[in-house]
Design a protein around this ligand. Structure first.
Ligand code: SF4
Length: 318
């Protein structure tokens, strides 16, 4: 079968060395070359949605139906497209400021509802299009344009928040590991339900963490992504602290001694959580897409898992 040609003639304006390049190539490869035994999604059934930021230009470089949304609104637009035409494969692209800042409430509700879309976060941990202000995942002490004395806020761990919100697929990749990015993105697109891939995307101009990540990332092994508590532990291994000097400005990672930065944090990559659950469309229209009793039963199981987690946390705090 001939691969679709998604090339465009739009001049690329990303900085040389930007982590957006390998991410673009990974997405293009996944959409052009389906996995073994899979048939490619016809281009007319693909829709891309981008937010505002350096990442947003990705839709200019892919010859696929796309929608430039406004800042923080990738999720409502992607959700609307999917609900209007469930046959479409909807992929959203957002930056960390876009998704974890301005659009955070939309992200939480998309995860909670288990909307059947894929969201890829270009997490460069800085507002790069506006030349380097701190973002929700910038480390404590980040000396950005708006915080020359250092950001006074600790970073958000978005994967922990989304796990608690009900996301059914959570993964992390690194822009300097293209093969793994491809594998993760392929699985995210194939997942039926809300899938989020947090890509540690290097911004060479305003927050170059390439070396920092290269020394710390590892691929999860012997990990059961269907196990909620294993996923939670993996997600908590790294709290998004970082400094190019090798220490976490916020101090030690949770549960890990890091006096003076002698012990480096470890950053797990791969599929951290994956669970089958009824999608929002199926719950909206069980007769058309599934069985209401089954959906209710699965919903109760998820509620029990959350309750068990709350009880475990409360027991540990006594
Ligand atoms: S400013 Fe950063 S994120 Fe934006 S294009 Fe340049 S390197 Fe990439």
């Amino acid at each position: 079968m001939t691969a679709y040609n998604f090339e465009t003639s739009t001049p690329n304006t990303w900085c040389p060395g930007c982590g957006n390049f390998p991410l673009l190539n990974a997405v293009k490869a996944v959409l052009q070359e389906p996995g073994e035994g899979e048939t490619p999604t016809p281009p007319e059934n693909l829709v891309l949605v981008a937010g505002i930021g350096c990442h947003g230009k990705i839709v200019d470089y892919l010859n696929i139906n796309s929608f430039y949304s406004i800042h923080g609104r990738v999720l409502p637009v992607a959700t609307g497209i999917k609900l209007a035409n469930p046959d479409l494969e909807v992929i959203g692209f957002a930056g960390d400021g876009d998704a974890y800042g301005e659009g955070l409430e939309h992200l939480i509700y998309a995860a909670k509802r288990n909307i059947d879309i894929t969201v890829i976060i270009h997490n460069n941990r800085v507002y790069s299009l506006t030349t380097g202000q701190f973002s929700p995942t910038s480390p404590l002490g980040f000396p950005g344009r708006s915080t020359p004395a250092g950001s006074p806020e600790p970073p958000l761990n978005p994967l922990e928040l989304l796990l608690a919100s009900g996301a059914t697929f959570l993964a992390r990749g690194f822009s300097s590991q293209p093969e793994q990015m491809k594998q993760i993105i392929r699985e995210a697109i194939n997942h039926r339900g809300f899938a989020l891939v947090d890509i540690l995307q290097v911004c060479v101009t305003f927050f170059n963490l390439h070396q920092y990540y290269a020394e710390r990332v590892y691929t999860v092994e012997d990990h059961d992504p269907a196990d909620y508590f294993q996923a939670l532990n993996k997600i908590r291994e790294w709290d998004y602290g970082a400094s190019p000097s090798g220490t976490s400005p916020g101090g030690a990672s949770p549960g890990k001694a890091n006096p003076g930065g002698e012990e480096k944090e470890r950053i797990p990559l791969g599929i951290l959580y994956k669970k089958e659950a009824p999608t929002f469309a199926r719950r909206l229209s069980p007769a058309g897409g599934g069985n209401r009793e089954e959906a209710t039963r699965e919903s109760r199981t998820a509620a029990k898992e959350r309750q068990a987690l709350i009880e475990k946390i409360l027991a540990g705090s006594k």
